[in-house]
Design a binder for this molecule. Structure first.
Ligand code: SF4
Ligand code: SF4
Length: 104
């Protein structure tokens, strides 16, 4: 399990990897563990033209990470995310789980 996250302002974010012990995704598919820190938002577009790609932190050990989730998603099994990894992106400034697939 790995969480890639573009909310680089979040205190748990280390170079696009989530370092929280666990996260909670709510009914609106937003990461409610998000905590705004004082780090500057990384500007990915800036790097694209400079041949200087952004640095990514290594992936995490899957067993140590738990994602609790309230969204009606195909990967949701009894309130726990069973996906191999998720990606969280900023949608209207909110940390949205873009790995969401609408489920029953
Ligand atoms: S917004 Fe959520 S997924 Fe992203 S780094 Fe923060 S706690 Fe982790
Ligand atoms: S992939 Fe689905 S179950 Fe997993 S955290 Fe995202 S919305 Fe929740």
């Amino acid at each position: 399990m790995d969480i890639r996250c573009r909310k680089t302002k979040c205190v748990y974010n280390d170079r696009y990897t989530c370092k929280a012990k666990g996260i909670k995704v709510d009914k609106k598919v937003l990461c409610s563990t998000f905590e705004k820190g004082d780090k500057p938002e990384m500007d990915v577009t800036k790097h694209m033209f400079e041949g200087d790609p952004p640095q990514y932190a290594p992936q995490r050990d899957s067993k140590t990470l738990k994602i609790l989730c309230d969204a009606k998603c195909l990967f949701n099994k009894d309130g726990v995310c069973v996906s191999n990894g998720i990606t969280v992106n900023s949608i209207s400034e909110k940390p949205f789980c873009v790995s969401f697939l609408e489920g029953p």
